[in-house]
Write a protein that binds this ligand. Structure first.
Ligand code: ZN
Length: 291
């Protein structure tokens, strides 16, 4: 069965075809402009390839509750043209196929659970740390949604004593995203993260904020693995710093086999950037199997 996958991001839309085994046939990337400009191109892509189901993992906030009238809509995003847009519904109508839908981070997590470093694990967390911050959560084998979906980028953190940056979240100032996103790094240090690789003080501070957030996650959700993806995490020097600081902050309070093997506990994504699109293929397949 040919499945369609759409990883809907704030700057680009990745479309692909493939199957449930994780084989990706073809892909195309469209810049995220307005729905009127971008959506018809994507519909053509999937229509020409006669996909039999589509999985969408979208930037948010979104409504991922199939029982809700706003299921598959993008909600109160700062990207005005997409606010209130019925993303899943438009594709369902245009292609006349079942459409599975979830958050971008749950999509990436699903990819890692089926094809990457969280295979066979039923409690896992996937963070994307880039322009924004979010997390997908798998709890006892189920993707967690709750009343809408988790907003892990907006947990409030304790500001580090040597940090004078006020934080850049318009709603909270100094939340995780306000202190540690790619945008926060650029505002604090005056240059984008990619140009700061050789500044150890940048990554020392960044790792302290990420470690604070992860300790909260570990205590709250008890995941067996934490996967860190997104543009900021391409700075590979962050991983050992984060692992060390998480151990330090936990201060021996928890004693599990996972935490005693930090290199396999806090890890980079294993699907080499394809985790989102692979997760969409799984979402598509699940929609068909649900009938
Ligand atoms: Zn915030």
């Amino acid at each position: 069965m040919r499945l369609g996958a759409l990883e809907a991001g704030g700057t680009k839309m990745v479309c692909a075809t493939g199957d449930e085994t994780g084989h990706i046939e073809e892909r195309a990337v469209f810049p995220t402009k307005t729905p009127a400009e971008t959506v018809p191109q994507m519909i053509d892509f999937f229509r020409e390839r006669a996909v039999e189901a589509l999985g969408i993992a979208s930037f948010g906030p979104v409504d991922p509750d199939p029982a809700s009238p706003a299921f598959g809509h993008i909600l109160h995003t700062p990207k005005i043209a997409w606010r209130g847009y019925d993303l899943a519904g438009v594709f369902r109508k245009a292609l006349a196929v079942p459409v599975g839908f979830d958050t971008d981070v749950n999509g990436s997590l699903l990819g890692e659970v089926h094809f990457g470093c969280a295979k066979g694990i039923s409690n896992a967390v996937y963070y994307t740390i880039g322009t924004g911050i979010g997390a997908g959560i798998l709890a006892e084998g189920h993707l967690l949604h709750g009343m809408q979906h988790p907003e892990a980028g907006h947990v409030l953190l304790r500001r580090e004593e040597d940090d004078t940056f006020e934080g850049c979240c318009p709603s909270h100032g100094a939340c995780f995203e306000g202190l540690a996103s790619g945008v926060a790094i650029e505002k604090r240090w005056g240059r984008p993260a990619v140009e700061l690789s050789d500044r150890p003080e940048v990554w020392d501070l960044e790792s302290r904020y990420i470690a604070q957030a992860l300790v909260g996650t570990i205590c709250l959700l008890s995941p067996r693995i934490i996967i860190l993806g997104g543009g900021v995490m391409e700075q590979a020097q962050l991983f050992p710093l984060i692992r060390g600081k998480v151990t330090q902050l936990l201060n021996g309070y928890l004693d599990t086999k996972e935490l005693s093997d930090m290199e396999h506990y806090i890890v980079p994504a294993a699907c080499r950037g394809d985790q989102g699109i692979l997760g969409c293929l799984i979402l598509a397949g699940q929609t068909v199997n649900k009938g």
